[in-house]
Design a binder for this molecule. Structure first.
Ligand code: FES
Length: 312
């Protein structure tokens, strides 16, 4: 028996798709550039809005969105996503490499052009280390941004030994290649309350989103939940003070709570479907945040931190 064919509308344009194909497979077959990265349900780069129709969401449904690399087509359907810069390769040089603490460095990379990205997106970075790692552009703690320079905060423990490999450490003057931007968990122009959650490794994207929201959306209510060990770091106190002065309510959560979802619920008793959450960090924090958001149908933009992968 022939596989049924359906109509698939991608950002308003009609295409056809076969029963059981993922949305991403169908988009690729139709030569449509749908943003994606890991192709495995991890990175959240392929989250699309389900406008109508029949989909097996494969457990990825959040409010009205699904992961295109996992959700399968089971009938006529329509999906849409925000127009984003297509990932491209950027070549640059490290122009500033400053340790902020034992396990935190600030890195500036200068480019020939001016890479575009949305706050909360990430790049994949490669230098002669044999690894490809995920870097989130962020704001410098003490310097104004320059148009062709991107700042990253890097936590070496999340990169294994990638930063300090003896033969190829990352340092001033080092050539570096970036590919991106990726990810759909970026700050949008909305006015709903913004809730930002960061565990010990998730500070960089959450700091960026918070700063961008303070600058561009000053009237939007903002709450930031930071994991206890992050909140107590000396080198980050200026960042927390700055956010606090700009109206961000900062609260501290305990990632080791036996029921993390209930713990977060207690901290956000007034959470509703009108709130927008961005959560960055490790799997247990993202899982608890997802349960929290799903419980009230709030919008969640999770920002998973990907493991480094060997360069091929
Ligand atoms: S490409 Fe779908 S989650 Fe990564």
């Amino acid at each position: 028996m022939a596989t049924p064919e359906y109509t698939l509308k991608l950002n308003g344009k009609l295409h056809s798709a076969r029963d059981g194909q993922t949305i991403l497979e169908a988009a690729q077959e139709a030569d449509v550039a749908l943003p994606h990265d890991c192709d495995d349900g991890i990175c959240e780069a392929c989250r699309v809005k389900l406008m109508s129709g029949s989909i097996d969401d494969a457990g990825t449904l959040q409010k009205h969105s699904v992961l295109a690399c996992k959700a399968k087509i089971t009938g006529d359907c329509e999906v849409a996503w925000d127009g984003l810069a297509e990932p491209v390769e950027w070549r640059g040089r490290v122009c500033h490499f400053q340790p902020l603490a034992n396990d935190l460095v600030e890195l500036d990379v200068r480019f020939q052009g001016s890479p575009a990205w949305m706050t909360g997106q990430y790049f994949r970075a490669q230098w002669k280390s044999g690894l490809e790692v995920q870097f989130f552009p962020c704001f410098s703690l003490d310097r104004p941004p320059e148009f062709n320079t991107i700042t990253f905060h890097l936590w070496p423990e999340t990169l294994f030994d990638g930063l300090h490999r003896p033969r190829n450490p990352l340092k001033d003057g080092k050539a570096i290649k970036l590919f991106g931007p990726f990810g759909t968990s970026f700050l949008r122009f909305e006015d709903e309350r913004l809730i930002l959650i960061a565990d010990a490794q998730g500070f960089t994207p959450i700091w960026s989103i918070a700063m961008a929201a303070c600058r561009g959306q000053p009237l939007r209510p903002k709450v930031m939940l930071v994991e206890r060990s992050l909140a107590s770091r000396n080198e980050l106190q200026p960042a927390f003070s700055l956010l606090n002065e700009r109206g961000v309510r900062i609260e501290v959560f305990d990632a080791s709570a036996s029921d993390l979802t209930a713990h977060l619920q207690q901290m956000l008793p007034d959470l509703t479907e009108y709130d927008v959450l961005h959560a960055a960090g490790t799997h247990p924090v993202l899982k608890a945040t997802k349960a929290l958001a799903n419980g009230v149908r709030a919008t969640l933009h999770p920002i998973p931190l990907l493991d480094p992968v060997p360069c091929t």
